[in-house]
Structures are given as C-alpha cells and as structure tokens.
Design a protein around this ligand. Structure first.
Ligand code: CMP
Length: 166
C-alpha cells in the first residue's frame, strides 16, 4: 500500500512538472507523443509522462545547421514540426514530424555521421545521451526498432559511393 501511495505521489508530481513544462515550452502531451511516434505505444500512460519529463524543446530557423558531421554527439532529436535535411556523401534525405535523427552517434559512440540542416522553422523534443541510452535499456522493444532503423540508415550510407579522388 505504501509503495502504491509513493507511486501515486511520484506520478502526481511528475504530472504537475510535465504540465508546467508543456505550458512553458509547448512540448507534447502523452497523447500527441503516441500520435506522432507510434513506437511509444508499448509504454503505459504513466511511463510516457515520465519520459516527457526528460524531453527538452529545441527550435531551428530555416538554413540553420543543427548537426555537423564529424562532431561529438550529445542529443537525439524528435521532430515535432518543420522539416530537416540530412546530407551525407552528396545524398540528401528529408525528415519531418514523427521522424527522429541524431540517434546513430549515440548508439555507436562514434562522431556524427551526417550534416542535418533545418529547411523550415522547426521544433524538436530532444533527449540527452544519458536519458536516451537509459530509455533504450529500459524498453528493449523500442530499442530494437530504433537500432534497426539506425542499421538501415548506416547501410544506406555505406552504399553511397565515396567521392573519387580527382
Ligand atoms: P547521427 O550520426 O548522430 O547524426 C546525423 C544523423 O543523421 C544520424 O545520426 C541519423 O539520425 C541521420 N542520418 C544519417 N544517415 C541517414 C540516412 N541515410 N537517412 C536518414 N537519416 C540519416
């Protein structure tokens, strides 16, 4: 019973904090999170609320470089609005709401694999490296999906021919 009371207390303070943060930064509600990122469906509403507490909001203006290839990585970005362009080996890939980027370097512990530039006024929910890795350890099924997409992206980049040394 005590543990339940404690959990209820934690949840209600988490809810208060999330409501304040949402009001201040207009980040997602748990429902919006699921609508945009279906892979969060496996989480309970309480777990989603706790995850939301770890999100920070970031914004970018059109043309702004968000990630520079080769740099050390600290954040993963979930796109809530706007569009970005990933640029790798001369190939350009557009990502929009519901997509995410910046996960590869965090998963591989390597430098950033590509440039990412905003095409529009864009908003993101970001997670720190520490929170992202902690989250993936906690939710193996989500970890699998994110790792599978990272592997696909890596494979796609390997297939891009290296510029010839002319
Ligand atoms: P990261 O390497 O941390 O930083 C650059 C990001 O661009 C990378 O993580 C991916 O999220 C994204 N990215 C790299 N290659 C591709 C690709 N082929 N398709 C889509 N996104 C990519």
């Amino acid at each position: 019973m005590k543990a339940f009371e404690t959990l209820k207390g934690d949840l209600s303070s988490a809810k208060d904090a999330a409501a304040k943060k949402a009001a201040a930064h207009k980040t997602f509600t748990p429902e919006e999170l699921i609508e945009r990122f279906p892979f969060f469906t496996d989480m309970s509403p309480e777990q989603r609320e706790v995850l939301l507490l770890h999100f920070e909001v970031a914004t970018a203006d059109p043309g702004q470089r968000i990630i520079r290839a080769g740099e050390a990585a600290d954040l993963v970005y979930f796109i809530s609005s706007g569009q970005v362009e990933v640029s790798v080996g001369g190939k350009k890939i557009r990502l929009g709401p519901g997509d995410y980027f910046g996960e590869m370097a965090l998963l591989s512990d390597k430098p950033r694999s590509a440039h990412v530039t905003a095409l529009d006024y864009s908003r993101f929910a970001t997670l720190s490296r520490r929170d992202f890795l902690h989250f993936l350890r906690r939710y193996p099924s989500i970890n699998e999906k994110i790792a599978a997409l990272a592997a696909e992206r890596e494979q796609m980049n390997r297939e891009i021919p290296a510029p010839s040394a002319a």
